[in-house]
Design a protein around this ligand. Structure first.
Ligand code: R5P
Length: 338
């Protein structure tokens, strides 16, 4: 399968199509996924009480059904990451108590994924604790996209995990901005992202029919202060494509942009899967960045005045194709790509 458009979704669910619930309120992403699947979102009642408690229940029978819960996990101005996780946990248990057949959580952006290992004495393993809570509630399977560290993701959960990559989609969006006569250098802004950057480089080279270069930067973070600025690779006179799983405060990409510029890069672009709300929200704080490609896993406010420099790459068709395939017990090989 080359492109993952709605037409890639195999039809024929039979008399019992999957039930897709939205855990957020409202959730544009869930609506778009349901549209791609050609089904409506399953009805549920959601109430928030004055003291912050909440209740959600399905408004139709879920007995023996194959359920997919679209679960945004980023915090926004109204709700915290933890509010959303708590709502998800209660809803999973509620569905289980109503005899649901199988419950798959679809978390386009997985919260706490960056804390999958100890970097300091007695550090928490937050991703594993989140996995334990979701499984204890009755989740059967989890699907996510470009998790910070895919091995950390696989190891945190005991239930089946499905990890999808947005690299092909980002590379397709980037192609019109590149020149195959002058292939770019793909740069990871930290050492932890080198594998991701190399996979992206390989994907991009294939699509460009020209061999892109690879580079990476040194980065250390302690108490939210970044340090280390060595760049390994040659960016002088080249187009640089910075690749990262997420942008939050913007410090990582900002430093990478500055360093590439100082080392003579001709053009600087960036491809990022998740835009996590943070200091980078109101404006891109790095004027030397020509364009930022970011997927639709987390909505980007459209009032930043940055629309020309930001291209949002939709992931709804990919997520819908994955749900359609899983609901028919099909193989995800064509979708599980970088
Ligand atoms: C960290 O290793 C991640 O891959 C990102 O580079 C990081 O979380 C980005 O955060 P920020 O935008 O706050 O620097």
């Amino acid at each position: 399968m080359d492109t993952l458009s709605g037409s890639a979704i195999p039809g024929g669910y039979g008399i019992r199509p999957p039930l897709v619930f939205c855990i957020d309120d409202p959730c544009m992403l869930a609506r778009a996924i349901a549209r791609e699947l050609g089904i409506g979102l399953a009805e549920r009642e959601y109430r928030r009480f004055e003291d912050g408690e909440h209740k959600m229940r399905p408004l139709e029978s879920v007995r023996d059904r194959d359920l997919y819960l679209i679960a945004p996990m980023h915090g926004n101005g109204c709700e915290s990451v933890n509010d959303r996780i708590m709502r998800l946990l209660f809803f999973i248990r509620c569905l289980r108590d109503a005899d649901a057949g199988r419950v798959t959580v679809v978390a386009p952006y997985l919260a706490y994924a960056r804390k999958d290992r100890r970097t300091k004495l007695r550090d928490p393993l937050s991703l594993r604790y989140l996995a334990t809570l979701l499984e204890a509630s009755g989740m059967d399977r989890i699907l996510s996209l470009d998790v910070h560290n895919s091995s950390g993701f696989d190891n945190a959960f005991r239930c089946p995990t499905v990890h999808l990559g947005a690299g092909h989609l980002l590379a397709d969006a980037l192609l019109p901005f590149l020149d195959r006569e002058r292939p770019p250098v793909v740069l990871s802004p930290d050492i932890g992202g080198v594998k991701r950057a190399e996979a992206f480089r390989s994907t991009l080279s294939g699509k460009l029919s020209a061999e892109a270069g690879l580079g990476f930067m040194e980065k250390y973070r302690s108490e939210d202060v970044l340090s280390g600025g060595t760049l390994v690779g040659d960016v002088d006179g080249r187009t640089v494509v910075i690749v990262d799983d997420l942008i939050a405060g913007g410090g990582t990409i900002s430093r990478a942009v500055e360093t590439c510029h100082d080392q003579g890069a001709a053009r600087i672009l960036a491809c990022v899967t998740h835009r996590v709300p943070g200091k980078a929200t109101p404006k891109l704080p790095f004027p030397k960045l020509e364009k930022l490609f970011v997927t639709s896993t987390i909505p980007w406010p459209d009032d930043t005045g940055e629309s020309e420099r930001i291209e949002v790459v939709p992931v709804e068709p990919l997520l819908a194709a994955a749900i359609a395939t899983l609901s028919k017990s099909g193989t995800l090989n064509a979708l599980v790509q970088t």
